[in-house]
Design a protein around this ligand. Structure first.
Ligand SMILES: [Zn+2]
Length: 166
C-alpha cells in the first residue's frame, strides 16, 4: 500500500486531468441546483499561466471555457465548490450555441454600462453570486447545500480528496 500523500490537489477530483467537471460534481449540480447537464458536460476548466485577468478575478468564462488563476489551486474545497457553482452558472446562461453566447456577452456589456461599471450590480453576476459565493451577506445556494442538513454530501466530495490507491 502506497503512502497517502496529503494534500494531493483535490481539484483532480472535482475536475478531471483534462479540465472537465467530474461526474460527481455534474450530478451534484444537476440534482441539487437544476443545472443543465449538457452544458456542464461541455465545460472545460483551464489554468492561465500568465494571467490576463484583472486582479480581483479568480476566473472568467469565455464561451465554453472557464479560465482560472493557478494561484487558486491551493484553496479549500468549499472555495472550489463555490467557484464552480458561480462560474458554471455563467456557463449555464452562456450555453453551447455561439450566437446565444454572443448575445449573452453583449447583454452583459450593456448591463455593465447601465449599472455604471459596478461589477456587483450586474444582474448576470448577482445570479451567479446567489449560486456561488453568496450575495449581499446571504450565503450562496452551494453553501446552503453543504451546510447543516447536507454535510453528508460534502463528505462525498471530501472522501474523493483521498486518492484511490486500492
Ligand atoms: Zn461572475
Amino acid at each position: 500500500m502506497k503512502e497517502f500523500a496529503y494534500p494531493t490537489p483535490f481539484y483532480h477530483h472535482l475536475l478531471t486531468p483534462d479540465g472537465r467537471l467530474s461526474i460527481e460534481v455534474i450530478n451534484f449540480l444537476v440534482e441539487n441546483l437544476n443545472y443543465d447537464r449538457s452544458i456542464l458536460l461541455s465545460s472545460r476548466w483551464k489554468p492561465i499561466k500568465y494571467s490576463f485577468l484583472p486582479h480581483r478575478f479568480d476566473a472568467i468564462v469565455i464561451y465554453k471555457t472557464v479560465y482560472y488563476r493557478p494561484k487558486i489551486l491551493n484553496n479549500d474545497l468549499l472555495f472550489w465548490l463555490e467557484l464552480i457553482a458561480h462560474e458554471e452558472w455563467h456557463r449555464q446562461e452562456v450555453g453551447n450555441h455561439f450566437l446565444k453566447a454572443l448575445f449573452w456577452y453583449i447583454g452583459y456589456g450593456l448591463e455593465y454600462l447601465r449599472v455604471r461599471m459596478r461589477y456587483h450590480a450586474v444582474k448576470h453576476e448577482i445570479r451567479a453570486y446567489q449560486r456561488g459565493f453568496g450575495f449581499e451577506g446571504q450565503p450562496s445556494m452551494m453553501h446552503g447545500l453543504l451546510s447543516a442538513n447536507h454535510w453528508e454530501r460534502y463528505y462525498v466530495f471530501e472522501r474523493r480528496i483521498a486518492p484511490d490507491f486500492s
